[in-house]
Structures are given as structure tokens and as C-alpha cells.
Design a protein around this ligand. Sequence first.
Ligand code: AVJ
Ligand code: FE
Length: 436
Amino acid sequence: TETTDPEELRERAVASLVVARDRTTLLTNCVEDPDLTAQHSPLMSPLVWDLAHIGNQEEQWLLRAVAGHEAIRPEIDSLYDAFEHPRADRPKLPLLSPAEARAYAADVRGRALDVLEKAAFHGTRLTEAGFAFGMIAQHEQQHDETMLITHQLRRGPQALTAPDPEPAPLFTGPAEVLVPSGPFTMGTSGEPWALDNERPAHRREVPAFWIDTTPVTNGAYQAFIEDGGYTEPRWWTPEGWAHIRNYEISAPLFWRRDGKQWLRRRFGVTEVVPPDEPVLHVCWYEADAYARWAGRRLPTEAEWEKAARYDPAGDRSMRYPWGDSDPGPEHANLGQRHLRPAPAGSYPAGESPLGVRQLIGDVWEWTASDFLPYPGFRAFPYKEYSEVFFGSDHKVLRGGSFAVDAVACRGTFRNWDYPIRRQIFSGFRTTRSEDV
Ligand code: AVJ
Ligand code: FE
């Protein structure tokens, strides 16, 4: 639950930083050094860049900004500045070696924990409720998701394993539910570790709409493919059609047809595409085209958040679909506990008051909306976190995936990417207006 107790926030900060580092360590120790320095895809950094960048951001914010320390290695800042060097160029930079990067990140962490022990959890907005520590834990977890994407793109034998989610009984509930019309509170002003783009809380009028109870499954998506979805321009926006023609896209990324069935490569293993699992690795154009084919559309961001947070009984917005309590394993598939989404209809304990499932975890859900600031937005603590990305270039994704930790996922959390991107753990669900 939302807390402002300094000791509880301090414990939460330590725990979040430790959980993130355990994940980072796993992701960077499961392969040999050549796989850490290699370019597995021009879309991604070498894993060793992420590792040192995690340490460098932690140094800049916790050691320098919060505690006023001098730079440990001022000469490396520019190497790990995401805006100076595009991902594709990073393998050629004079990066820290894997051993140096590990030692640097560990050195910073040791000092950061000392700072955390003595830090006041009030004062500037950066230290208020331990925000900087929460921000850095979220940052590391975001890069842990990024590194998992790099692992998914990597060729070669399996390096990561995790138990599968519980098999779920076939979901027999309604395919869609009606979200009644009326205003709701979008965004947050009170969630202590919410990032700038989630703020401030504000009222939004949302007309009634129907929303899918579960994310769109591989089986449903295959029906779109079999029906010629990728060969019919009428389902696609002009940009989307040009894109799939140009890049010869005819199925989700990592899929391959094998006679009558579809196979996919997942973390180094080839398997039959499971029909009841949420579809993964589709771009916005594919999600949008599927929705049009189905006679539906993608939810706007406001619709998605209302479905995820609005409690009609209490007429208020909650932190999560199930209420205000932090996510547990019964609520959602988060944190790389599993390396795949759970079957559609899983996690009944995580459903919203109206009965919508899997809004949090499993797959990031594309929305119809461009990434724009909320009314009253103020960039914090740096305009390169969100502000420079606002505009019509990026579409918003909501809800988090199996690859992201709970600290970087909540009902208000906003992710964004280009509409052509599909190496990310992206899926979607569809909606329709009440009168359609
Ligand atoms: C919010 C996932 C789009 O990876 O570019 C990491 C998160 N920001 N380091 C990204 C982020 C700075 C960001 N996304
Ligand atoms: Fe970063």
C-alpha cells in the first residue's frame, strides 16, 4: 500500500535495489564475456553497456545529486549517456570490460547503500519519500527488461531458464466487459515513486466502452493471419501497410511457419506457438490492424487506465486493478519469474472490479494514444526522462510484461515506443465504443 513512513520507505528502497541487482547479476552472469560485449542486434546495446550504464546512472543520481559526491570516473559519463551514442554504435565505444563494469557497478552500489542509510527522506523533491532511490531501482529494472530483450534476440543456445506459469483452466468468462461512462481520476500525485510522466492526477471524461477481458491470444491472432490479415491493405493504416510490405512482415517477430503450425523461438528454444497465451512481439501497426479486422479498435490510454484502476463501487481510482496492495504472485506475472506470458484468463485474484484480467504483467499492451504530457506536467528530475519523447512519434504501452519488476509497473505507469517496434514484450487487447 502507499506509504509515507520513512523507515518503511527506506526498507523498500533497499529491498528494491537488491532485487534489481540480483536480476542484473543473473542476466549478465549467465553468458560468457564475449556474449556481453557482442552486438546481438543493432536495436540493442551490448549487455555490458547496460551494466555500466546502470552503475553510472546510480552514481549520477544517488552519489552525486543526492549525496554531493565527486565523480568516481568522470571520463566514462559520456560513454554511458544514452543520448550521445545510439544503441547501434555502442559496441564500438571504448567501454569498460565486463570485469571493470561489474566492479564499477558494485563500487557504486556499496556507496549508494551507505548514502541510503543516512539519507533524509524529505526536503527536495529528489529525496522526498526516497524518490531518487525508487527512481534508480526502477531504472535498473527497466534495463533488466531491456537486457532480457537482448537475450531474446541473441542467437545461440539457451542461457536462461525459469519455471512456466501455472497452466490455467480455459477461460470461460465473458469475452468483453462494459466500462460505464463518466469521469475518473487518471495519473497520480500521491504515489511516492511515480515518474514525472504519470503526474499529476487529473480528471478525465471517458464515454462508455467495451474492453476485452483478456489480452488477444496467439490463437486469435493466428485466425487473423489465416484470414489473410497481412495481405489485405484495408486492415492497415497507410504507414502500417507500407511498413509490413517494406520489411516483408507476415507474422509476429520470432514466428516461423512449419506446415500447418506456427513455431517460435523463445530464449534459444524453438517451440510450437501456444494458442491460449497472449500474443507477443507485435508492433503497434499489427495490433491496430488486428483490431480493425476484428471490427474493433485499440483502447485509448485513458480507457486502458480507467479499465485498470476505476472502482465503480467506491467511485475512485485504485493503484492496481485488484486494489491498493502491492503486486503478489497471485495477482500478476511480473519480474521475470517466468520467461513467458501466462495463458489468457490467468490470475483471477488480479482482476479488476469489472472482471478484466491480466491488465498488469504478462505483455505490455499497445494503446491507440501518442505519448503526451498530462495537463500540469513538470519534467523531473531531467527532461530526457520523458519530455524529449513527447509527441506523435511514440505510442503508449501500458500494464507491464512478465519481464518487468513490480517496482516499475503500476496502474499509472506509462511506457512508450515507436509503432514499428516489436522486439519488446508487446501484445494488446481491443475495445469498441458502447454504441458500435
Ligand atoms: C521507458 C522503457 C522507454 O528504455 O528508453 C531507461 C526507460 N529511460 N533509461 C527506455 C529508460 C532511461 C525507457 N522506456
Ligand atoms: Fe537508462
